[in-house]
Design a protein around this ligand. Sequence first.
Ligand code: AKG
Length: 315
Amino acid sequence: MTLSSSIEHLQPIRLMRNASTYNEMLRRKFSVPRKIVNPAIRGLKHVLNPSEKAVRTRLARSIAKADENLDALRDDGFVLYQPGDLPNFQEALAQHRAEIDDRIQQAEKEAAQSSAKKSMLHTIIANNGFFDFPGIMSFAVSRPVVELATHYFGRVPLLTACSLWWSPPNDSLQQSQLFHCDGEDTQQLKFFFNINEVTPECGPFTLLPAGVSDRVRAAGKIVAGKVEDEKIKALGAWDDQIVLTGPTGAGACVDTCRCLHYGSRGNDKPRVVLMMRFNDHLAPNVDIPNWHLRAGEMKDELDDLQKLVLGIRAG
Ligand SMILES: O=C(O)CCC(=O)C(=O)O
């Protein structure tokens, strides 16, 4: 018997898993405006699985709100973590350090040999690939992380991405290196944790608090798309930037749909961070990974909340 055939595949919840394909098609091919597409997909998702919202809301209400970061996250759209604030991360990193370093070296070697156009942000481990790093996978669904996300959304969200990001030295200024808000929904959470120390030379993730971002977006009539630095300066928001530098293990939780942000900008040194993204199950422009294909490998440690976060039927 092969390893994969001996692993139990857990039962996935019926969810529209590739909404971004439909979203992009409607907007780009048929020119349907975002303000019509997003509510339509959100509504369709609800119609396809009407009980899901109530299940997720009920479970969220049964969990005590113990995290002192919740109010700050709601008000400012971000919270910062010092190394050790979430000890499971340090433990997971220690467990997998050698193999993660190997993957980083491999990515560096491949990029050096490749003739393809240089990218400023590479995903070197993605989604189900993290089941080969069980400590990290357990951290991604650990209680402090998913409880904060659950209370933020008011119902149990989905883990929609887990990525090890490597940003090599670069001198470009394009795409996510420019100020922008993400377009998956009106709110989403991304957690970032430094795998190696991040200094200003590493192209740190940089954000404007939600209140400042609201002001800039309103003044500049910005719905989506990139915002030039000049506009941020002209609107008096340049000095409000929060720069995610810090030692290994430092991190942040950021609503990247509410907070204008950029990263990997003009690095002199490489940056490696773990990124975990959480979305509402009705998010109109997000794809949902098939976690159920490998979650059987950790089924004994998953409770009902964590199963819902992975889009797996509880019980
Ligand atoms: O950290 C970066 O390189 C940018 C990331 C970003 O723009 C995002 O996560 O939306």
